[in-house]
Design a protein around this ligand. Structure first.
Ligand code: NAP
Length: 246
């Protein structure tokens, strides 16, 4: 199957890592369904895709809502076709020490970062099974492996995503579908722009490459995994973190 026949669903494609992935896969000739929680965000995705000469468009999706996932997947199916590539990138942080953590901070992070994988992949796998080809990439995080004080909710959601990846890879490998995780370290996006100068300085001391990563550096790894070159890799977590966790 040629790239132009493939459709990739990329959640959280309005900015940051998701946008870099959408542009990268789009430049490979793949049609893109990129999502945002708002109509403005969806429109901006359609705009940057069309400016780059990439087929597809922006869609509104809240990965924490069953109904939203169901209706968005139906619409993408109708307008573009079934996505044989799914990049579960949408994610949030709600950092707090466990003793101070509110129920909503715990539940929102687990629901958005982990329950979303159940919702989206369950629907997506059906079309991939029929086509006997598919690629799923779940974006996790270095803290899913290393842990990080103040992020019990976030690191649990990301460690969960990696366990989910390994189990699903075993279930559907025989259908020609690979399932992998990509675990970024600290990447320059809105998510890390909230860090103070002192926090960044402390962080850099722990990163052998002595800089934060760029969204494109994560997108390149995703592009490899979804290509034919990455066809014999499944159930893996690939770290992209400048050496901060080995
Ligand atoms: P970001 O700049 O904060 O962007 C987050 C994206 O997720 C936005 O497009 C946002 O859509 C979308 N989103 C948020 N909540 C959503 C929901 N409920 N339903 C659907 N979409 C939702 O994030 P980022 O830094 O690019 O991070 C992308 C992924 O990489 C996340 O899974 C994050 O955990 C992971 N990661 C990031 C870093 C880092 O250093 N940046 C490190 C490790 C892992 P809207 O348009 O609606 O805002």
């Amino acid at each position: 199957m040629s790239n132009s026949e493939k459709i990739a669903l990329i959640t959280g494609a309005s900015r940051g890592i998701g946008k870099a992935i959408a542009l990268n896969l789009g430049r490979m000739g793949i049609r893109i369904a990129g999502t945002s929680t708002t109509q403005d965000g969806a429109d901006s995705i359609s705009e940057y895709l069309s400016e780059a000469g990439i087929g597809g468009g922006g869609y509104m999706l809240d990965v924490s809502e069953d109904n939203s996932v169901e209706s968005c997947m139906l619409l993408i199916n109708k307008e573009l076709g079934h996505p044989l590539i799914v990049v579960n990138n949408a994610g949030i942080t709600r950092d707090n020490l466990l003793l101070r953590m509110k129920d909503t901070e715990w539940l929102d992070v687990i629901n958005t970062n982990l329950n979303s994988l159940y919702r989206i992949n369950k629907v997506a796998v059906k079309g991939m099974t029929k086509a006997r080809w598919g690629r799923i990439v779940n974006i996790s995080s270095v803290v899913g492996s290393s842990g990080n004080g103040g992020q019990t909710n976030y690191s649990a959601s990301k460690a969960g995503a990696e366990g989910f990846t390994r189990s699903l890879a075993q279930e559907i490998g025989s259908r020609g579908i690979t399932v992998n995780s990509v675990a970024p370290g600290f990447i320059e996006t809105d998510m890390t722009r909230a860090l103070t100068e002192v926090q960044v300085k402390n962080l850099l001391g722990k990163i052998p490459l002595n800089r934060l990563g760029q969204p494109e550096e994560v997108a390149e790894v995703v592009a490899f995994l979804i290509s034919e070159h990455g066809g014999y890799i499944t159930g893996e977590t690939i770290h992209v973190n400048g050496g901060m966790y080995m």
